[in-house]
Ligand binder design. Structure first.
Ligand code: ADP
Ligand code: AMP
Length: 213
């Protein structure tokens, strides 16, 4: 099954994608995580992406698409995957669609995690991320077992550079202008499903499971 997660930054796409991946045994692919891993490792790609990410802007399509197509061509993606943070623009969605069409394939479901803007800024300031394995926590709603330490890999958790209030506001603007048109794009292809992302994360996952089964 090939799934796309849609929703504003901080809506809970990553949280849900990682539960979907575990439950359905498919890889969780986050372009944001791939960029952050590159930044951490000091690669050229990381340096290029960081300039955009720090301002809350999108990394150019050309760079992002190449990275994503390479990733989904890997062996572990044969049975499907859950994409988190990709596509983020109509051209990205079109390239993915064309690539899948080459093998008579398509995206099976686009899950839109709906959370109003006013909840987002609050969520982001409490987000803590593991830059090593990509796990995400919230200091109040989804805390790690040991404060500041990742449950999965034991690394230190950080407040992401782009989760500062000013940057979050810009990311929300970018979302409304460039990414939200994807709701209509996938709706026209009859694969869009919307869930209420303001519920507790476990309840949101129960709603998603009903859609995917
Ligand atoms: P996204 O991948 O859409 O940017 P995340 O999954 O990283 O969003 O979630 C953003 C923040 O909100 C994180 O700190 C996460 O732990 C927290 N969070 C996720 N889902 C919920 C929820 N249903 N209720 C409250 N907080 C949540
Ligand atoms: P995320 O981890 O999904 O919140 O992404 C963090 C940042 O990485 C975004 O604000 C963008 O700067 C960049 N990014 C991640 N995915 C994409 C994408 N598909 N297209 C462009 N930029 C992206």
């Amino acid at each position: 099954m090939k799934i796309v997660m849609l929703g504003a930054p901080g809506a809970g796409k990553g949280t849900q994608a990682s539960m979907i991946a575990e439950n359905f045994g498919i890889p969780h692919i986050s372009t944001g995580d791939i960029f952050r891993a590159n930044i951490k490792n000091g690669t050229e790609l990381g340096k290029e992406a960081k300039a955009y990410m720090d301002k809350g802007e999108l990394v150019p399509d050309e760079l992002t698409v190449r990275l994503l197509l390479d990733r989904v061509a890997q062996d572990d993606c044969k049975e499907g995957y859950v994409l988190d943070g990709f596509p983020r623009t109509i051209p990205q969605a079109e390239v993915l669609e064309k690539e899948l069409e080459k093998t008579g394939d398509k995206i099976d479901k686009a899950v839109n995690v709906d959370v109003p803007d006013e909840n987002i800024v609050r969520r982001m300031s409490g987000r803590r991320a593991c830059l090593k394995c990509g796990a995400t926590y919230h200091i109040v709603h989804i805390p790690p077992k040991k404060e500041g330490i990742c449950d999965v890999c034991g690394s230190e958790l950080v407040l992401r550079d782009d989760d500062k209030e000013e940057t979050v506001k810009n990311r929300l603007d970018v979302y409304h202008k460039q990414t939200s048109p994807l709701i209509d794009f996938y709706s026209k292809r009859n694969v869009l499903e919307t869930v209420d992302g303001t519920k507790d994360s476990k309840e949101v996952f129960e709603d998603i499971k009903k859609i995917l089964k």
